[in-house]
Ligand binder design. Sequence first.
Ligand code: FES
Ligand code: FES
Length: 172
Amino acid sequence: MNRPAPLLLHVNGATHLVSADAATPLLYLLRNDLALNGPKFGCGLGECGACTVLLDGMPTRACVTTAKVALGREITTLEGLGTRAALHPVQQAFIEEQAAQCGYCLNGMIMTAKALLDRDPHPSVETIRRELSRNLCRCGTHVEIVRAVQRAAELLAAQAAAQSAVHAGERA
Ligand code: FES
Ligand code: FES
């Protein structure tokens, strides 16, 4: 039997070689081959958002995206945002607002929120609701999730202000 040609995947700033058919769903390669378990298997049909990763910064459902589509593109998973010791502001905000019950949806909520805040640092509540509307949460923590995205926007703004103060100090 012919073995599939190795595939080069760029994930969270590193390059990985995996041996798989190019039609394999990206989610399987991330979880099973690379042990990146941030993205979750929910529906497997592109409906719930639990498997969301960023492909070149765009929220993408990894359960219905083949490895072939991801080749040559930068894949970011939840593990690529922050660490336990240095959380990304979006992760920090979700913890502070206690936006999880079972937490199964949170990977998709956080990755989608990250992409939104990269594009629109000060989204309205309506925009947050619209952008997250295709991410399903069966536990009903929607109010806390919207608050978490608002808090993340505040944390990111404070972080940017602190960085520009440091840079101004360096130039002075
Ligand atoms: S598991 Fe991918 S959208 Fe539900
Ligand atoms: S917190 Fe359980 S699905 Fe959202």
